[in-house]
Design a protein. Sequence first.
Length: 265
Amino acid sequence: MAQEHPLPERLIDIHNHLRPGWALGAVLERLDEFHIDRALLLGLPGAPESRNDAVLRAVRRHPDRFVGGVFADPRDGRAAIDEIRRYRDEGFRVVKLFPNYGYYPDDEAHRPFFDAVAELGMAVLSHCGWLSPHPGREIASYYSHPGRFEKLIRLYPDTVFILAHLGGIAGFLESVMLTTRTPNTYVDTAPGQGLWALEAAPGIVGTIPPDRIVWGCDSYQYDRHIPSYRAALVGAGFGEDLGAIFHDNALALLRRIGAIGQGET
């Protein structure tokens, strides 16, 4: 089967983070080992090694390998808008959200934040579905259902929305709805919920347009996740689309939002 549906020679990882305990050189070695041209590094709250400023340092040192995404919380109001503007000026074109921390993204109170995202021409990549406990935070998955983005997706048709983890265990049906009915919605495959959806409901997930799926690993366990995703995508009927999902779609999307130049690969 692997010979029948081979992976592309080069990959793009659209969903990853800097991790405590991983030196930048070790991350680059991992990318090289698994033929990954670029990785989108998304800022996180919490550990200093994973925050926005750490991502910025990595992108500055290796702009040909890393693309930056800025974490922001719309509840921070003007401070959140200033944060995304600052990182937009540094070349970042993706905003990372975690609604699970306790807010609905389509709350009217957050409209100025999304106005700014649209004005800056940035994309939104949001966690969807289950999120492991974080000390000091009350977390619930229902805040991050893909359907909570529908109003925003319709209000901002020129803004790209990427629903992580295929929308989550409870939300992958809404991801199917949005990717098949709105031109600015994408899903990423990041584990474990993305893999779960592919394996548990291949006939349903297989109806997502293949040009709206981008591959992301959300870890450096490429040795485990790459073959697992290849098998799951083939099982869902995407065997002929592996080149697009593992590389071409992400390249086109990054060019679309200006994260890399039109002539860059």
